[in-house]
Design a protein around this ligand. Structure first.
Ligand SMILES: Nc1ncnc2c1ncn2[C@@H]1O[C@H](COP(=O)(O)OP(=O)(O)OP(=O)(O)O)[C@@H](O)[C@H]1O
Length: 261
């Protein structure tokens, strides 16, 4: 079976800066990946390629069997769910929470819109319930807390029933309780075999939800290590990626890291 995501020698240049440097990465069906790396490593840029929002300067990116540059990205994008700060910024604070989720489906249903409307509503409400924010369906998006908004964004990203779900720092800005609730929700998603392939960008190993299977470490636009999570989330590769001696702990199905010594 072909890979869900297949990057071969992907390089992204802006002026004289190389943001991604010959990135070769394959994600297979059923896998759940976490992407870690310091600020400016190129993580968001890699997700922009993976979500068909950016083309490589060189190399090839094949997403869900569609090669970027040879397909209509507007057909491809609905098959990819994305939750990121950049997308969240575009949501109007006055929009109702239900509409934030529902509008992800617009454009998918075309001229049969009316027949789909009831089903869309039901699905949007179910997704909000799954992420513990069902009771806010009729509130304005702008009145929600940061953590509640993050969960609404993930519900929105799942609305089109994507085959690939990309989450860019979903726990950023959350307090401890909010982070733990989000990690638990993502763990459930990861463990559900019906879920799409997941790629989660984070800065902290503490935010890696149980059930994630693989990890990729990025530094200065290049992959340092990628593979099964137990092998990658260890002291040596993480120290190398963050340029600092780190102690890495595994506590049941969670991780922690701190400076060694
Ligand atoms: N248009 C551009 N021109 C020049 N440099 C750029 C451009 N866009 C991004 N960069 C640089 O590319 C690098 C990678 O950015 P990117 O946002 O992908 O990193 P990141 O790993 O997601 O960082 P963070 O963890 O801080 O969010 C950064 O150094 C950034 O300044």
């Amino acid at each position: 079976m072909s890979a869900v995501l297949d990057l071969q020698d992907v390089t992204v240049r802006r002026g004289t800066t190389t943001i991604l440097d010959r990135v070769t990465w394959q994600v297979q069906d059923g896998e759940r990946w976490v992407v870690l790396g310091p600020n400016g490593a190129g993580k968001t840029t890699m997700l922009q390629i993976a979500s068909a929002r950016m083309h490589p300067s060189s190399g090839t990116a094949t997403i869900l069997d569609a090669r970027l540059g040879a397909v209509d990205v507007f057909e491809l994008r609905p098959r990819i769910g994305v939750a990121s700060a950049a997308l969240a910024d575009r949501i109007s604070p006055s929009e109702s929470v239900l509409d934030v989720v529902l509008t992800a489906a617009y454009g998918m249903t075309g001229r049969w819109r009316e027949q789909y409307e009831a089903l869309d509503h039901e699905r949007a409400r179910t997704l909000l319930e799954v992420f513990g924010v069902g009771r806010f369906a009729d509130r304005r998006f702008g009145t929600l807390s940061e953590g509640e908004r993050k969960r609404v964004q993930i519900a929105r990203a799942l609305m089109t029933d994507p085959e690939l779900l990309l989450l860019d720092e979903p726990a950023a800005g959350l307090d401890l309780g909010g982070r733990e609730e989000l990690v638990a929700a993502l763990a459930e998603l990861a463990q559900d075999r019906r879920s799409p392939v997941l790629v989660l960008v984070t800065h902290h190993v503490e935010e890696v939800p149980p059930g994630f299977t693989h990890a990729l470490l990025l530094r200065d636009g290049a992959i340092r290590t990628a593979g099964p999570i137990e092998q990658v989330l260890t002291a040596e590769p993480l120290s190398d990626t963050f340029g600092m001696d780190l102690e890495v702990g595994r506590h049941g199905d969670r991780w922690s890291a701190r400076r060694a010594g």
